[in-house]
Design a protein around this ligand. Structure first.
Ligand code: PXP
Length: 237
């Protein structure tokens, strides 16, 4: 079965923040993305609010008709906001202020108890919880122990592979990680660094239910428009 597409629209807000005004409006972007056939809207409410802000997430909660997936750290301030807004799903990610984008997966092994507490709190509110992790067995086992519903496999190493041999080695790693996660009853999704050139291999992994893609789609939208950028990605997956 084909994976569904979730589109991360953070960088629509990045562009808005470049002038601090109202456009381009991420809420309008979400509507276009859904109309084009994506099945989830993904946004990352960062602690420093560099792109998406709380008001955006509240508005998206009202307008998104597919699935609102909120990426977030486990910082108490952000968890409290998530509990109020109640997105359909949250994806717990590591977060460092100085990073350009999320680097590496959440280290669930070393933070298992803290992650577990956040997972349980969010699930109690009826919010599904995904953990963004590297395709590593011990992380998958720890993710299972936290009670998370899903995992999102970090495809960054695959996407950054300098040559095809390394890329295929990373693909094998993703497939093995997926097998273990499915075995453990976790729903598996994947994302980070996927683009129009590399997405097909990951989309071809059986039982990966959703791909979350942001930067490449928003970049392509500058040239061809958001509707077409999403549709072109859907054709590839
Ligand atoms: N999945 C997660 C958990 C992410 O943090 C990001 C980046 O915000 C993405 C997917 C999308 O990555 P990209 O923008 O490289 O497509």
């Amino acid at each position: 079965m084909m994976p569904l597409l979730g589109v991360n629209i953070d960088h629509v807000a990045t562009l808005r923040q470049a002038r601090g005004g109202r456009e381009p409006d991420p809420i309008q972007a979400a509507g276009i993305v859904e109309q084009a056939g994506a099945k989830a809207i993904v946004v990352h409410l960062r602690e420093d609010r560099r792109h998406i802000n709380e008001g955006d997430v509240w508005s998206l909660r009202k307008t998104v008709t597919t699935k609102l997936n909120l990426e977030m750290s486990i910082a108490p301030e952000i968890v409290n906001i998530a509990v109020q807004i109640k997105p359909d799903q949250t994806t717990l990610v590591p977060e460092k202020r100085e990073e350009l984008t999320t680097e590496g997966g959440l280290d669930v092994v070393s933070r298992q108890q803290a992650v577990r507490e956040v997972v349980l709190r969010l699930k109690k509110e009826g919010i599904k919880v995904s953990l963004f992790i590297d395709p590593v067995n011990v992380q998958i086992e720890a993710a299972k122990r936290t009670g998370a519903n899903l995992i999102e496999l970090h495809t960054g190493d695959f996407a950054n592979a300098p040559d095809e041999i390394t890329q295929d080695r990373q693909l094998t790693k993703l497939i093995k990680a997926k097998d273990l996660a499915v075995d453990k009853g976790l729903i598996v999704t994947a994302g980070h660094g996927l683009n129009y050139q590399n997405v097909k291999k990951v989309a071809g992994i059986d039982a990966v239910e959703e791909l979350n893609i942001g930067y490449s789609i928003i970049s392509r939208a500058v040239f061809v428009g958001l509707d077409r950028a999403v549709k072109e990605m859907l054709e590839l997956i």
